[in-house]
Design a protein around this ligand. Structure first.
Ligand code: NAD
Length: 490
């Protein structure tokens, strides 16, 4: 066992264009949730001093990077996309081994990372301001976008390729330099993504990468007074810490956090399409998507049909090691995550909800060393129960019966979160009422709650977000500030 650990690759910090050992000398194993005895790689537990070194490197690099110009920065992102494409299979496989999502999902996520890089590479050729008519006929007035400066990026473990890239790519193309801290659970995948930026020839100091505990490295980053912006995706709890520190230091910040995403199914919905959307939205990635379906709100006239179809189809889900492409659902990403899911299943039963499918840990034979759980369906759930209010972040859905579209929307809105929401119906009036009244940043009709296209704004309402938006053109609002320029000829 000790011998095996010695041969595992250690992924270092990348600071000022060099891969560096941490002075802490401490490393953390990143393990495979399908088999806890398999070490996928090791990352360093970095120190507060190293966070400062990374910020210093980004600070020194920022003027030259800004002056390189948007077009040239975009051209570099094309090269990063090509590097990621070359390494697609290795990175996708590492992703599956490190956090458990199935290989087809990991390949899809990496391909999405490539597409995001190309989208922002092209942004290098798009306008960075507007000409505005001046009341003075001798003046030219226009706006010009300018970067924030040094941006801190903190990401969760559930999308270790796509989320870092949808933050790093716009940060860079709009002229910022970056200090990036990934979640430890998927830091090996993140390190391999950073290697693609290095291979593409990014100037030193423009992208810096540090690993370690959120409570040490993350805490030092969010409390730095030298950052000009901080963007965070993760839990509501940590997001509030980021907001507090950033406001105290006057640093611009952006938070994307949890969800408790509802799917409403009305009497006039197509049952098959609704059930397909619920299963995919709730159980793909083992329910560990911020946009995953967790509440299924069904009108009484179609309730039994939806329930029976769900029970029939959920029984066909194959759970196992996602590296095997026949597998539909992988393990939970970590032991902590598995324990949280099992705890919520217990809470649901204690609250009086009826567990009608699954919810048990799977431990027999080849599952013994993995963090596997059966997909779970509860019914007789009321909106006030904890399983209908708190984010579980696992393969668990709560069925809630309602009588009307109005009641369905009220129940859907009865949570602190507001990330994504779906409606299945064939009635245009119901769809329009839902689009108007639902409190969610991502509104989906006859489509599952998870997923949004990369060129469209992404983000939530209420406690899910700071209300800012990521992805597409919307990202520009966070990563730049506007100069209003007026020039006269004498
Ligand atoms: P988390 O909040 O535990 O960790 C997120 C990141 O914050 C990690 O890099 C972690 O190391 C760091 N961190 C932890 N403590 C910190 C501290 N004190 N100071 C600074 N940084 C700290 O979240 P997680 O468990 O990695 O991710 C799951 C959560 O992410 C879920 O709530 C999910 O909904 C959310 N999420 C949201 C979106 C979205 O776009 N809205 C997308 C994916 C995931």
């Amino acid at each position: 066992m000790v011998e095996a650990i010695k041969t595992v690759e250690v992924f270092k910090n990348y600071i000022n264009g060099e891969w560096k050992d941490s002075i802490s000398g401490q490393i953390t194993n990143s393990i495979n949730p399908a088999n806890k005895n398999e070490i996928v790689g090791q990352v360093q537990s970095s120190t507060i001093e190293e966070v400062d070194d990374a910020i210093q490197a980004a600070t020194e690099a920022k003027v030259n990077w800004r002056k390189l110009g948007q077009y040239n920065r975009g051209q570099l992102l094309y090269k990063v996309a090509n590097e990621l494409e070359k390494n697609l299979n290795d990175i996708a496989e590492t992703l599956t081994k490190e956090m458990g999502k199935t290989l087809p999902e990991a390949i899809g996520e990496t391909q999405r990372g490539i597409a995001i890089l190309r989208y922002y590479a092209a942004e290098g050729m798009r306008k960075d301001g507007d000409v505005i008519p001046s009341s003075d006929q001798d003046a030219l007035m226009f706006t010009k976008r300018t970067p924030l400066g040094v941006v801190g990026i903190i990401t969760p473990w559930n999308f270790p390729v796509a989320i870092p890239i949808w933050k790093i790519a716009p940060a860079l193309v709009y002229g910022n330099t970056v200090v990036f801290k990934p979640a430890t659970e998927s830091a090996v995948t993140a390190a391999k993504v950073v290697q693609c930026f290095e291979q593409a020839g990014l100037p030193k100091g423009v992208l810096n990468f540090i690993t370690g505990k959120g409570s040490v490295v993350g805490d030092a980053l969010i409390n730095s007074t030298k950052l000009n912006g901080i963007t965070f995706t993760g839990s509501e709890y940590t997001g509030k810490l980021v907001a507090k520190a950033a406001s105290a230091n006057g640093v611009k910040y952006q938070l994307e956090m949890g969800g408790k995403n509802p799917v409403i199914v009305l009497n006039d919905a197509d049952p098959k399409s609704a059930v397909d959307g619920i299963l995919s939205g709730a159980f793909k990635s083992t329910g560990q998507k911020c946009t995953a379906t967790s509440r299924v709100i069904v009108q009484e006239g179609i309730y039994e049909e939806i329930k029976n179809l769900l029970l029939k189809e959920v029984g066909k889900i194959t759970v196992g090691n996602g590296i095997d492409t026949e597998i539909w659902m992988g393990p939970c990403a970590s032991e902590n995550q598995l324990n949280t899911v099992l705890e919520y299943i217990k809470i649901g039963q204690e609250e009086g909800a009826n567990l009608i499918f699954g919810g048990k840990r799977i431990t027999d034979n080849e599952y013994a060393n993995g963090f596997y759980v059966e997909p779970a369906i509860f019914e007789d759930v009321t909106s006030s129960m904890r399983i209908a209010q708190e984010e579980i972040f696992g393969p668990v859905i709560a069925l809630i019966k309602v009588s009307s579209v109005e009641e369905a929307i009220d129940v859907a809105n009865d949570t602190d979160f507001g990330l994504s929401a779906s409606l299945y119906t064939s009635n245009i009036s119901s769809a329009l009422a839902f689009i108007d009244d639902i409190e969610a940043g991502l509104v989906r009709v006859n489509a599952e709650s998870a997923g949004v296209e990369l060129q469209a704004p992404f983000g939530g309402m209420k406690s899910s977000s700071t209300g800012t938006r990521e992805q597409g053109e919307a990202a520009k609002e966070f990563y730049t500030q506007t100069k209003t320029v007026l020039i006269k000829n004498k």
